[in-house]
Design a protein around this ligand. Sequence first.
Ligand code: UGA
Length: 434
Amino acid sequence: MKIAMVGSGYVGLVSGACLADFGHDVVCIDKDPAKIASLLDGVMPIYEPGLAELVGANVRAGRLAFTTDLAAGIEGASAIFIAVGTPSRRGDGHADLTFVYEVAREVGANLKTPATIVTKSTVPVGTGDEVERIIGEAKPGVEFAVVSNPEFLREGAAISDFKRPDRIVIGAESEFGRQVMSEVYRPLFLNKAPILFTARRSAELIKYAANAFLATKITFINEMADLCEKVGADVQDVSRGIGLDGRIGPKFLHAGPGYGGSCFPKDTLALLKTAEDYDSPTRIVEAVVKVNDSRKRAMGRKVVEALGGDARGKKVAMLGLTFKPNTDDMRDSPSIAIAQALDDAGAKVVAYDPEGMELAKPLMPEVAMAANPYEAIEGADAIVIVTEWDAFRALDLKRVKDIAKAPVLVDLRNVYDPAELRAEGFTYVSVGRV
Ligand code: UGA
C-alpha cells in the first residue's frame, strides 16, 4: 500500500518510518526544505532512540522516501496522513489548526485517485468535519474519506509504542475509510493489537481525554506527595499501595516536579478551550493545569529551602533539563521555571543535560552549561536532579561529596534511597518522602 505522511516532525517521522518497516511504501512530505535535505542525508531532526537506524534501513530497502513536493508525494497514495503541528495558538490556548487546514486545501487540490485522509495530528473535536468540508470544496472528483487516528506515542519510546500499541483508535464515518485503515494497520492486527473503531468525533476526543486523564493522575500523586511530606508518609509506598488496585493501575503515579513536554500542557489547555466553547466546563482539568503550573516554580523554592532559605550568591548544580529522559525536548520543561525561580532568588545555576543543552540555552540564558555532571557539581552549594536520566542514577557519591561545596542533594525524581544518601553524609531532600 502506498502511504503519504504530510509533516515530517516527531509524529510523522516515527509513524512514517514504522509504517515503512511494516512493508508499506511510504513518502514523508515536509514543506521545510532544510529538514527534507537533512533527512535525505540521514540526519534526524530530533533525538529519538532507534529512529536513525529505522529510517536508514527503510530508505535502503526502498520503502521510505522524502520530498517537499506534496502533489507528487500524495500521487497514488491510498492513505494520506496529516501529521503537522498543532501548537497552542498565541493568546488564547486554542489548538492552532492553520497547518492542518493548509494541508487539507493542498490535498483537495491535488487528489487524483481515491484516498483516505487521516488526521494524526492532535486536533479538537470537529476538525475532521472541517477537513472533509475543505477537501470536498476542492471537488476532487474521486472517492475520499476523512478519518481520525490519534497517536499515543511517548517521546523516548515512540518506536516501541508504535509497534506494540496498547490500542489503535480509528474514528471513521464510512466503510471505505475503515477498510483502508484496516489495511494500514494489518501487520498490527496480526499481533492482536486491539483496534477500536469509533465515530470520528469520539476518536478526536479520546486523544484529549487520555492526555488529560494522565495529566490528572500525575497531578494527583504530586499533591499526595506534598501531603506525605506534611504528615510523614512515603509517596512511593502510597503509589504502590493504590496502584496495585487494578482499577487504579500502577503507571503514571511517579511524583515529581510537574509534567511538561509538548503534549500534556498544550492538550489540557486545548481541552479546556473546547469545553468552554461547548459550555461544558471540565473543572478537574482546570485544577490540574493550575496546580501543575504553580508546582514547577514551587520546586525552585524547595531548592532554596534546602539551601537554608537564602540562595543569594550560592551555586546550584542542575542535573537534567529536558522534560523527561531520552529526548532533547525542552518544551514546557519544569527545569525552565525552576532555573528562573533560582535565578530570581539570587542563585547561580550551572546545568548539565545529556541531550538538551543546545535547545535549553536560548530558553535559560541565565544558566551556565557544564560539560558533564561533575563539572556542574564542582563547588556547588546544592545539587538538584530535575530529570531522571540514567546517567544520574549512579553518580559517584564519594566524588560528588568531595567536589561539592556542600553535600546537599534535592532529588525531584526520587532516584535515590534517602537512608543510603543520608548514610553517605548528604543532606537529602526528595519528593513526598521524609
Ligand atoms: C504523552 C503521552 O504519554 C503519550 O501517550 C501521548 O501520545 C503524548 O503525550 C502525545 O500526546 O503526543 P510524552 O509527552 O512524550 O507523552 O511524555 P510522558 O512520558 O507522558 O511524560 C509527560 C510528562 O509527565 C513528563 O514531564 C514526565 O516527567 C511526567 N510524568 C510522567 C511524571 O511526572 N510522572 C509520571 O508518573 C509520568
